[in-house]
Structures are given as C-alpha cells and as structure tokens.
Design a protein around this ligand. Structure first.
Ligand code: HGY
Ligand code: MN
Ligand code: MN
Length: 416
C-alpha cells in the first residue's frame, strides 16, 4: 500500500484550537474538565463534535449505546472502513486531552484530507465511544465493550450511578440514544491516538509511543459491613469499625501489588463509607480495588490474594465482607500490521519513538477483539493524567496526530 509522502501533515494549529474549544464544555474547577458520560455537558460536547464532522462533509451514525460514527466516503463504498477515534467523556477531575485528543485527532485527519483533496479507497470513520471512563457508570470502556460483544446492551443499560440513575435512561434523557444496532458495523482496522497517561515517553525523550500491548485490568468492588455506633461512647473493644477494616485491606492491596513489582499496580480510587458522619463509627465501607498488570497470571494472583487477605482481616475483626467483580479485561496484544503502520509512520516522519505497553485501558483494548487495532501515544507532562493539571504540548499533539494520519491513510489506501 502506498504510504503518504512524508510532507503530508495535519494542521496542528487547527487541531489545538479544536482541543481548546472542546475544553470549554464541561469545565472543571482547576483548568481541566468535568464532562462525565451522559450528562448535559457530554451532550453539549457531542453536539459540537457532530457540528464539526458535518462541516467536514461527514455523514453521521449513532448506535444504541450512543457511539458516534462520522463517515468520510472512500472510492470503494463496499470496502470496510478504517475507524479512528477515542472518547469525549472525562473524569470528574479530568484533563483536556484524555480521549479528546484521539477523537479530534481523527477529525483532523478528515479535515486535512479535505484540504489536500486526497481520496482513499476505504471509507474513514471517526468515532466517539460512549462512557470510556467508567467513573459514573462502571465499568470503563462500557460501550466499546458492548460493541465488541463483551457486555450485553441490557446489562449496560441497567448500570447505575451513585444516585441510582440508570445508564440507558440517562443516555435517552440527553437525546443521544441512537437506533443503530451496536456492533453491526464491520471494520477494516481501528486506530486510537491517546496521551500516554504515564511518565515513560517524557522521561525517555520520545515523541511517539508505538503501543504493542495493553496491560490487563481487574476491578473488584469490596463491601465491608460492621456496625454504626457512637465514636465517643462506644468502648474500643466493642467496635465493629468497617472503615478500619477497609484501611487494613487497602494496606494489603499495596503489599500485593508491590509483591509483583515493577510491572503490577494496585489501588482503590472509589471509596465510600457509611453513614460518613463525623461522630459515627462507619458501619459500612464500599470500595473498588483496581489491579493491573501486563501478565494475566499476576492479575489472577492479585485478585485471589485480595479475597483471602480481606476475608482474614474481616473475620479477625468480626466484620462481614462481600466481593463483586465489576470490571476487567485481559492483557491485550495489538495487531502487528497496524502496529507496523504506526511505527513506519513515526520513522517516515522522523519522530523519536519507542515500543510501549499501555498502562491505562482504552476502547482500542476491546475493539482489538473484533478488528485489527493499534494505538499511537504521545507524552504528557510529568506523566500526569486523571488530574485537571493534565498537560501536553501542541508539538506532541501534532506529532501524535501526524503519525495517526499516516497510519490511517496508508491503511485506507490513497487512490488520488
Ligand atoms: O481506567 C482506565 O484505564 C481508563 O482511563 N478508563
Ligand atoms: Mn482515555
Ligand atoms: Mn481516562
């Protein structure tokens, strides 16, 4: 397949302006974003994305999970499209680039092809996957998971947020629940551009991460039950302190992950204690343990040890404990041909690059099950993400988008 000439580049300024304009929607309190999935802010961001795609001549598709598809026609309407995208939803204290760079980087490919008057044989489809973050409705990558056949749509629709609202109802409420069957679309290939969300590329002085693998993820929700009682008048030996039980379990989470150093990680980001009153000993603690590793056997070992250690701690303290697996996926090996297209593009364009295992989960990790898939990563400052201070440079954004452009266009085959 003819590769684009190395002088073919995207318009970095236009990409950066679009990133900054999208960042105005669902602003955070410290310069980042709070555009959580299927909120009114999400709806506003979707509308802006759709406006831009239509202005670029794309026809729009929307499936029953709210996944958005902006299609640029190819010369061969029967050729399976090359998909490129990521997600527009953010963490509650998210950054401006996590997910958004991949969606708007895909749009920039369309805009640049239009500017250059370039036609490809395969159509190109830019995608916004609903609820990648899994913060309001667990699990992460919910809609790409339904698309890949990992979750049923009914199960996804029934997922509840902290207020007891259901995902399917909220998607309908914001007006973005489409009619198209989820997963009916077939893909020639899928590429995702994403910030690294870790420190490796910046520390190594590399502009591009050629993502060969993605580490696996396990989310176990733990519920510990003790007894609400007065923090002042309850003698220490009589207490059934679920909060203390949780603290001891979280110490074990740290020890279990460190026992598989340096590649395994573990923490709990979601923590609730009840009734969460200053002078009541917590009668209940609910938290989600997030374990990750590139090695499936390590993930399975960490999951098993969590249950054993937590059960022992709670038995010793007279507390009840329950476990529920609320998310997870096995380590991912991306498609060699697509990965090579990314690596060749970085070389052709003269960007410093290195192979990388993705520390975070991405929609590409699920789509890799139904289509040849690969990812492009760019550095982020201090490796910081899932924090409003998340930052990248315009140069890093342009480098990532240029590599994405070349990988996608080479795979979609230039015809004129
Ligand atoms: O959890 C993840 O890895 C992704 O950022 N949702
Ligand atoms: Mn992301
Ligand atoms: Mn994220």
């Amino acid at each position: 397949m003819a590769a684009p000439a190395e002088n073919l580049k995207i318009n970095g300024e236009r990409l950066w302006d679009s990133l900054m304009e999208m960042a105005q929607i669902g602003p955070g309190v410290a310069g980042g974003n709070n555009r959580q999935t299927v909120t009114d802010e999400d709806a506003e961001g979707r509308a802006l994305f759709q406006k831009w795609c239509e202005a670029a001549g794309c026809s729009m598709g929307l499936d029953q999970m709210g996944n958005m598809f902006a299609r640029r026609e190819g010369s061969d309407p029967d050729a399976l499209p090359v998909y490129v995208g990521s997600h527009l939803d953010t963490q509650p204290t998210g950054g401006k680039y996590d997910g958004v760079l991949g969606v708007l980087g895909g749009l920039e490919i369309i805009r640049s092809l239009n500017d250059m008057g370039i036609k490809t044989r395969h159509p190109i489809v830019v995608t916004n996957w609903t609820n990648e973050e899994g913060t309001r409705f667990a699990p992460a990558m919910l809609s790409s998971g339904v698309f890949a056949g990992v979750h049923t749509q009914d199960w996804a629709y029934a997922r509840e947020d902290a207020e007891g609202l259901k995902f399917g109802d909220e998607l309908a409420r914001i007006g973005w629940r489409g009619k198209e069957e989820v997963g009916a679309r077939k893909m020639h290939a899928m590429f995702e551009l994403h910030i690294e969300q870790g420190p490796i590329l910046e520390a190594e002085g590399k502009e591009i991460g050629v993502v060969t693998h993605g580490q696996g993820l396990s989310w176990t929700q733990v519920t510990i039950v003790g007894k609400d009682s007065h923090t002042g008048s309850t003698p220490m030996p009589m207490r059934k302190n679920a909060g203390l039980g949780m603290a001891r379990v979280l110490e074990q989470v740290e020890a279990i992950a460190l026992s598989h150093a340096p590649h395994a990680v573990g923490a709990a980001g979601h923590i609730d204690v009840f009734p969460n009153s200053r002078n009541v000993i917590p009668g209940k603690a609910v938290f989600t343990v997030d374990f990750r590793s590139p090695d499936l056997s390590v993930i399975e070992d960490m999951e098993a040890r969590l249950r054993i250690e937590a059960q022992k701690i709670c038995d010793d303290m007279g507390l009840g404990v329950e476990f529920e697996k609320v998310g997870g996926f096995d380590p991912v090996t991306f498609d060699e041909t697509c990965v090579a297209a990314v690596r060749n593009a970085a070389e052709r364009l003269g960007y410093s690059h290195m192979n990388l295992i993705s520390g975070a989960g991405h929609d590409a990790c699920w789509i890799n099950r139904v289509a040849p898939t690969a990812m492009v990563m760019c550095p982020c400052v201090d490796g910081l993400s899932h924090n409003e201070a998340e930052e990248i440079s315009p140069e890093w954004a342009a480098a990532g988008a240029n590599v994405l452009f070349h990988a996608v266009v080479e795979t979609a085959e230039i015809v004129e």
